[in-house]
Design a protein around this ligand. Structure first.
Ligand code: HEC
Length: 196
């Protein structure tokens, strides 16, 4: 085959590829510079009191929802009054300072960004509408870029399920002894880390 017949289209292809790659490189560099300029000069939200940016839920909530949904397990035992009582004791010690108790929201939790959901508030039905397995996941592994700690080294599996089943039922009418435990006494202490 004469050399000119094959070299012509190949050379034309090359001459199209080089400007395309150069354009792509310039585009990527431009996006990088714009993102950097926004981060350094655009005053993105960094203080807990700043208004949340539109992209924040996109980067945090969407992937979290996807992961939790995929990895949530079914509870290994059913909800019971005894389990609720244990869960309420744990909740009072480990969670109430941020998530509040029936009839009393947590001032601390509401100053966080994102805010700590007030599980027993009649206004907040989102978390309690979640399957107990999803509440378990979030409690065990925590939520990145928020004040929600991971409790898988603080509480055992049974305890994590007890507190998750309680929160799943937080907007139902709980037995009186359970409500009494939730409402008891003074400000709860901070959790202590234990070896798993
Ligand atoms: C230091 C404060 C703090 C403590 C203590 C805390 N949390 Fe949280 N928690 C948060 C914050 C802040 C969020 C909000 C995270 C978000 O919306 O991304 C959160 C979110 C959650 C969620 C997800 C709610 C939803 O609607 O998706 C669950 C479930 C949860 N916490 C359970 C618990 C349990 C159970 C405990 C105790 C064992 C606990 N938390 C202790 C701050 C706390």
């Amino acid at each position: 085959m004469p050399p000119g017949r094959t070299r012509g289209p190949r050379r034309r292809k090359q001459t199209r590829t080089v400007p395309f790659l150069a354009g792509l490189g310039t585009g990527v560099a431009l996006i990088f510079v714009c993102v950097l300029a926004y981060l350094l000069l655009g005053r993105p939200p960094v203080a807990a009191t700043d208004r949340p940016a539109l992209w924040e839920p996109l980067l945090t909530t969407l992937p979290l929802r996807q992961r939790v949904h995929a990895e949530a397990k079914a509870p290994p035992f059913a909800a019971s009054e005894e389990g609720f009582e244990h869960g309420a004791r744990l909740y009072h010690v480990h969670c109430a300072q941020c998530h509040g108790v029936p009839g009393q929201v947590s001032a601390l939790g509401l100053q966080m960004a994102p805010r700590a959901q007030q599980f027993f508030s009649t206004r907040n039905r989102h978390a309690t509408a979640e399957p107990a397995g999803e509440i378990f996941w979030k409690t065990a592994y925590g939520i990145r870029h928020s004040g929600m700690p991971a409790y898988n080294h603080v509480l055992g599996n049974t305890e994590l399920w007890q507190v998750s089943l309680l929160l799943h039922a937080a907007n139902t009418s709980l037995p009186d002894p359970v409500s009494a435990i939730l409402l008891q006494g003074s400000a709860p202490p901070q959790p202590t880390l234990v070896v798993p």
